[in-house]
Design a protein around this ligand. Structure first.
Ligand code: FES
Ligand code: FES
Length: 172
């Protein structure tokens, strides 16, 4: 079986698994990284959303063999450590202050999608977010936290516009 060399949450890891096994199963079943949730397995629900080189992606739909060892995969477990500074990522801080989560199942994916959107806006010199851009986030929430997600993204954007924060690997 081929050895897959990956960088996950800043750690170099090796796993014995076939190239076509999707990354979500490698994370959850082989590396015990369970923050990215399994919802649909079809790149629809977005509950597995994580970052690769700073951009949101769905590991349920990416064969592990497509990743390069140098690609920086960041899951919710590694988000705080993927930026400079102590404590949580600013988006996580705002999420707690706004009490966004209900059951929590979708929330790792919601946060990672928000991080990507805010980083993209900041890289374009933006300090605002449109309704259409918020609508572009397609993370499904069974608990209906959408209004609080939108409020938290606006607040986190304001915070990060003052002190921009980019996760490791962003902009590659
Ligand atoms: S489990 Fe990955 S998008 Fe639904
Ligand atoms: S908080 Fe329960 S699914 Fe979103």
């Amino acid at each position: 079986m081929p050895v897959q060399k990956l960088t996950v949450n800043g750690q170099r890891v090796e796993v014995d698994v076939e190239d076509d096994v999707r990354l979500l199963w490698v994370l959850r079943d082989l590396l015990d990284i369970t923050g990215p949730k399994y919802g649909c397995g079809l790149s629809i629900c977005q509950s597995c959303t994580s970052l690769v080189n700073g951009k949101a992606f769905n590991p349920c739909s990416v064969p592990v063999g497509q990743l390069r060892p140098s690609d920086e995969v960041v899951t919710i477990e590694g988000l705080a450590d993927a930026v400079d500074g102590d404590g949580l990522h600013p988006v996580q801080e705002v999420w707690l202050e706004e009490d966004v989560a209900q059951c929590g199942f979708c929330q790792p994916g919601q946060i990672m999608a928000a991080v990507d959107l805010i980083q993209t806006l900041l890289a374009d010199g933006r300090r605002d977010v449109t309704e259409a851009e918020l609508d572009s986030l397609r993370n499904v929430c069974r608990c209906g936290t959408y209004p609080r997600v939108r409020t938290a993204i606006r607040r986190a954007l304001a915070v990060m516009a003052e002190t921009p924060v980019f996760v490791r690997g962003a902009g590659r």
